[in-house]
Design a protein around this ligand. Sequence first.
Ligand code: AMP
Ligand code: MN
Ligand code: MN
Ligand code: MN
Length: 272
Amino acid sequence: MNADLHTHSTASDGTLRPAELVRLAHANGVELLAVTDHDGTAGLAEAADEAARLGVRLVPGVEISVTWAAGTIHVVGLNFDPADARLEAGLAANRAGREARARAIGERLAAAGIPGAWEGALREAGAPGRVTRTHFARDLADRGVCPDAAAAFERYLAPGRPGHVPQRWAALSEAIGWIRDAGGSAVLAHPWSCALGDVGLSALLSEFRDLGGHAIEIVGGGHAWPRFAREAVRLGLRGSCGSDFHAPVPDRAGPGRLPALPSGVDPVWSGW
Ligand code: AMP
Ligand code: MN
Ligand code: MN
Ligand code: MN
């Protein structure tokens, strides 16, 4: 099964429209796809139309920003009812916080001698609740303030940098609860990139399981991670896989170009 259950479109910080993303995934052989934009489901209808046309199995997806232990982690929701009112209200609250944070980032960058960053990021994103740090990074690169988006994160947008604004996102219990109540599966995203240390990561995984989380990502970032396969089996969690695709980059794997889920791990979709 070629499954890619973590991808982004222009409904958040991806560069392809939802239909274009589905077409590329299909061309890459993806059979089971989720479009998982940050804190919103606005791209799902367009993606679903294209997936139906091409015969790709698409499940509803979203990537929810969560504040845990004073840091940010991400929880992917899969295969939920996109019309669920409580989930949508929760996502809308995260988007309202996103807009307020983006305006504050603009103010901090202006104070650091870079005016117009909020307006530039908003132009890149297309809607206030969609503005991510990626849009700031693209605008800073487009305007030549930084050589590229990666440098913009390093110099201005990462924690401790002049344009960083700490944010209070949803609580872990809320995000898992919204997804579960909407009939979906909650997946801990990219645990390999949680900067928590071994003790913090173990605490997160246990709490995630105890709160009703279903699965953790085990394949992504170009690797199958044996450590997280072991953790999933130990905790009785399922495993998920996703490219976290944002944009076509020459010589870089696109959607669906993933190592297989390690054997012994129960795939998140086996329960669907
Ligand atoms: P936000 O939710 O607005 O804080 O933006 C988070 C997004 O920024 C992530 O989903 C990534 O797409 C992107 N991102 C985070 N850190 C980096 C980085 N160091 N370099 C490039 N992109 C990053
Ligand atoms: Mn992103
Ligand atoms: Mn993420
Ligand atoms: Mn992502």
